[in-house]
Design a protein around this ligand. Sequence first.
Ligand SMILES: C[S@@+](CC[C@H](N)C(=O)[O-])C[C@H]1O[C@@H](n2cnc3c(N)ncnc32)[C@H](O)[C@@H]1O
Length: 319
Amino acid sequence: MSETFTTEASPDPATEGDTAATATRQTGAEGVDGGVGLTALLVAAARAIETHRHDSLAQDVHAEHFVRAAPACVDWPVRIGQVPEGDANPLWGRFARYFGLRTRVLDDFVLGAVHDGARQVVLLGAGLDTRAFRLDLPPHCVVFEIDRAGVLAFKQQVLNDLSAAPRTKRVPVPVDLRADWATALTSTGFDPAAPSVWLAEGLLFYLPSPTETHLVETVDRLTAGGSALAFEAKLEKDLLAYRDSAIYTATREQIGIDLLDLFDLGPRPDSAGHLTARGWSTSMHTPFDFARRHGRGPLPEPNDALEGNRWVFARKPGP
Ligand SMILES: C[S@@+](CC[C@H](N)C(=O)[O-])C[C@H]1O[C@@H](n2cnc3c(N)ncnc32)[C@H](O)[C@@H]1O
């Protein structure tokens, strides 16, 4: 991963509003203008497009506002009709649909876990995720959003400008996941003794392998029985072999994001295996499984950058 900054964890309790902006000034943390932060806008643009499809899999009315507010993506589309080739465009067609499908599948995962008793939702690498605003979560639920300060500051500014109100309590936690994020999370009110549901959506492959291992161990340590975790992994042994795939090429050439420059290219840990060894039950799925189930979304193709993508669902046995 080619991070261009270093920052300390912000151990202060994070609350909504100015806190993230203050932290940005204190740390100089990178926002959404470039590097891995810009990928949060890529996913937001995809969700905007998905929202307005006639056969939409997920609705996110805030997504297009993030895209429109960011100078880095003024000319990005937020409707498929704004893309000259439409769905034939590998980036705004197939790849965006992938993100739409992922959003829907993980929405369903969170809602299922909350139905089963989780009262805390933790979004690791939350980016511009608006589940606290979109999902029908009970009022006693709390959504914790962990990301770097610059990303959360941008997000808060856009949400403030929209006068957007979350449907449940929302707690941004500006901290770098390479730092002591567990302390930052628990000091904002996260209760390790209460069941929780965690998402690492579009995150782990940007992190160094030891950071991922530590993250999974920390989730295990901070979770009560009955908790759940979903994460996305990439199983390819050599990601560079897909450099010329349609998705990576289009993302590089059309919007200047070289995902292979941002991914950590070292060997990945077996996080599903580690969770299983710690007593969790895990299941692993391809996105294509869900595309077939929903009758929408990407199906396999030759030289496919999505070939190694897996969505892992893990559950910690209840007490
Ligand atoms: C592809 S975006 C996904 C965002 C969100 N999960 C979604 O699916 O919409 C990746 C996110 O991970 C965040 N991220 C990457 N490395 C991080 C780190 N070391 N600490 C905290 N957040 C990080 C980025 O800032 C970005 O918001």
